[in-house]
Design a protein around this ligand. Structure first.
Ligand code: ADP
Length: 420
């Protein structure tokens, strides 16, 4: 019904003829910007509250987020694509990219990584899905119930559950709520749909679906059997349903990321798409997601995009295998709520495995973290850079990692500029 319109939720991004949808957010309320959006040329504004604007341009609904979800749902119903839904605490974006690129652009639409919420996912479908045969959707969960909502937009034929960790546990409730919330991707899939699930007992005992493929490190139907690192590349061996295959990946992949490839192989088998060895081997991790490179003989790991305990764990494991001495510049893990102290104490224990830890305390949650390997604590990025330049020696490895809100990439950027 609204096929010919672009939908916009930010009045600054209004283009003539679009539909502006007023969303009530935590920081502000889109209803304040309805007049602005209409002045800038929006044809209609979708609202759930009274606003002072010409009635002929208003579409009044009960709930504007549900309106987005229903509109996207209608579009999916119109084209009836084969839907692959992906959730998990870590690895969604990379897994989605590998699956969608393997299927190929002409046949496949995938939502961009940050369009994975109850607002972003429907928006990306409304604005950018044009009837491709496959929909590959990453579905993020901030709170219990989010995944069920996203499945209302597009009910998965294949549901991928990568892992269940502690990310966002302050918002989601507790670890049990996170697990139950993520399991919705399987509960809400199409009847006779297939689940592709990490071989984790805690998860598997909750699943009773008849069509199930498991994957994991040395366990499951699709297995990462072994891996090793060479200079800046990784060799990984997998067992699939029909063969053992070796990939010579052109970059460093951590164990979490390597395990996700087993999930990719399972999904491709299910949909009868052959994996493309070249494509997988040459895939380069997305910016900020454990991207490993050399800078003046120092091995640098850019993992600035986000952080959780689980992604720290795999990062630290890999870090130790790469260089002569291992260092990390770390900041807070956010969205931990009442668990913040516990999370940061656990982080401190994990970091004991390194040779030196530099704490970037631009906010105070990281104050909960203590570690005997700490060698500097500062909120001054410049000071971190000067310190790194003093201590790092050729073949050392240094990881930069914190939650998104910390913007630890600013420190990394300064480090890379500063030592040209
Ligand atoms: P997401 O979209 O879920 O945030 P990404 O593919 O962007 O996932 O990866 C984010 C981070 O998660 C990276 O630091 C990556 O190394 C880490 N990661 C990926 N897969 C796993 C896994 N299975 N276990 C732990 N950490 C992982």
């Amino acid at each position: 019904m609204y096929d010919e319109y672009d939908f916009v939720i930010d009045s600054r991004k209004v283009t003539p003829g679009c539909i502006f949808v007023a969303i009530r957010g935590e920081k502000t309320d889109g209803h304040f910007y309805v007049q602005d959006a209409l002045c800038k040329g929006a044809k209609y504004a979708v609202v759930e509250k009274e606003v002072d604007a010409p009635a002929s341009q208003l579409i009044k609904v009960e709930n504007t987020v549900d309106f987005l979800i229903n509109t996207a749902h209608d579009k999916v119903q119109k084209y009836k694509p084969f839907v692959i839904g992906i959730t998990g605490s870590n690895g969604k974006t990379t897994t989605k990219e590998l699956i969608s690129r393997s299927i190929g652009k002409e046949n496949c639409f995938a939502n961009p990584g940050n369009f994975n919420t109850e607002i972003g996912l429907p928006l990306s479908i409304i604005n950018h899905y044009h009837g491709e045969r496959y929909l590959v959707l990453e579905m993020a969960m901030n709170k219990f119930g989010d995944i069920a909502k996203l499945c209302e937009v597009a009910q998965p034929d294949v549901s991928v559950l990568l892992n269940v960790g502690s990310a966002h546990r302050g918002v989601a409730g507790n670890d049990q709520a996170i697990l139950e919330g993520k399991l919705q991707i399987i509960e809400k899939m199409r009847p006779n749909g297939t689940a592709v699930v990490i071989n984790d007992e805690r998860i598997l005992r909750k699943i009773s679906t008849p069509f199930l493929a498991t994957f994991g490190y040395r366990k499951g139907d699709y297995q990462l059997l072994d891996y090793c690192y060479h200079d800046l590349s990784t060799t990984a061996v997998y067992k699939t349903a029909s063969e053992t295959v070796e990939f010579n990946l052109k970059s460093i992949w951590n164990t979490g990321q390597l395990t996700n490839i087993a999930a990719v192989l399972a999904v491709l088998d299910l949909i009868k798409v052959n994996y493309n060895k070249d494509l997988i081997e040459n895939f380069s991790p997305v910016q900020g997601r454990f991207k490993v490179f050399k800078h003046r003989d120092i091995i640098v790991i850019d993992d600035c995009y986000n952080a959780s305990l689980e992604s720290f764990k795999v990062a630290i494991e890999t870090l130790r295998k790469l260089g002569k001495r291992s260092f990390a510049v770390v900041g807070s893990i956010k969205e931990q709520g009442v668990y913040s102290a516990q999370t940061h104490q656990e982080l401190g224990k994990m970091l004991e495995a390194l040779d030196g830890v530099i704490v970037y305390n631009s906010d105070h949650e990281i104050d909960f973290m203590s570690c005997s390997k700490e060698i500097l604590r500062t909120d001054d990025a410049e000071q971190v850079v000067l310190f790194l330049r003093k201590i790092l020696q050729p073949q050392d490895v240094v990881l930069f990692k914190a939650s998104r809100a910390v913007q630890i990439e600013r420190v990394l950027e300064k480090y890379l500029e500063g030592s040209k």
